[in-house]
Write a protein that binds this ligand. Sequence first.
Ligand code: DGJ
Length: 325
Amino acid sequence: MMSQTDLIHPGERWRDTDGQPIQAHGGGIIEADNAWYWFGEDKSAPTILNERGTAKVPFQGIACYRSTDLITWQRISTALSPVPDDPDHPLHTNKVVERPKVLFDPHEQRYVMWCKMGGPNYEYMHLGVATSKTIAGPYQFIEAKAPNDNRAGDFALLRDRDGTAYIIHPTDKFKVMIVAELDETATRLTGNLHRCLEGDGGYHGHEAPTLFDYQNRWYMLTSRVSGWKPNPCRACVADQLAGPWTVLGELCDIDQTETTFDSQPACIWPYDPARGRFIYIGDRWNTADLGDSRYIWLPIVWKDDIPHVRWLDAWHPEDDAAWVV
Ligand code: DGJ
């Protein structure tokens, strides 16, 4: 019998092993050395309004947590730190740095972190890259720019089945999803890209792309574009990253809240991919206090071959019942 502390409690305050609220917003997870590492935005400083009146927390750093059970997390570092003495630096505390994602580069034997770099008021929509020989950092910043001269924003970082790394990000007022190839070091764009979901039935735009690979098909969940406010998640599927992508629809069948249970996707963790068990990881943003935004970890369940996010008050990924509709 599992105790309450062994369970995931979506939407409740999640504390680390020091008793501090976990600061890993907009996060990404990778597995290494028989453990899981969760990278995310440290938003522990007070929330302020930027010049556009949008809630923001001045850049505090990208935190790294380690776990061996996906439930108990120890903060092990600030993996990417602010640069406090140069106001023009993309990592200065006056900037917004969000949605870190990390992968391992076997070519250079180092870890590569990409982040969304918003500038002070979300005017840049650049992506930045940093590397470290050790998973917890400190990561050394390389550069931030518009990928292939496109406005970016939220993005996913992944490897395709052949090992090639890609960044997936919306552009053109969020109407097009770009699948952009990275070079063998995963730190530079090669310039090869695919424009996906273009002319997508006049869709109002999508961001927060999160992808997973199941039975040789890529699935992509995205949010609509509504700032910090939640909205219904949409699922698309393709045989290859380059597309063509088929829209499966917004996932409002099981999720009758039509707000992805008051959350926005951050990433999807392939918990047991052979059995189709993927964990949806989202953020329930709290604009009054962004550092108190909660984590919504839920099982993705399959209904008529369409992935759905399913609500559970408390659950454990080892519990088979969690994965059945
Ligand atoms: C939606 C994005 O997905 C978040 O990461 C954040 O940038 C908010 N917009 C800001 O409004």
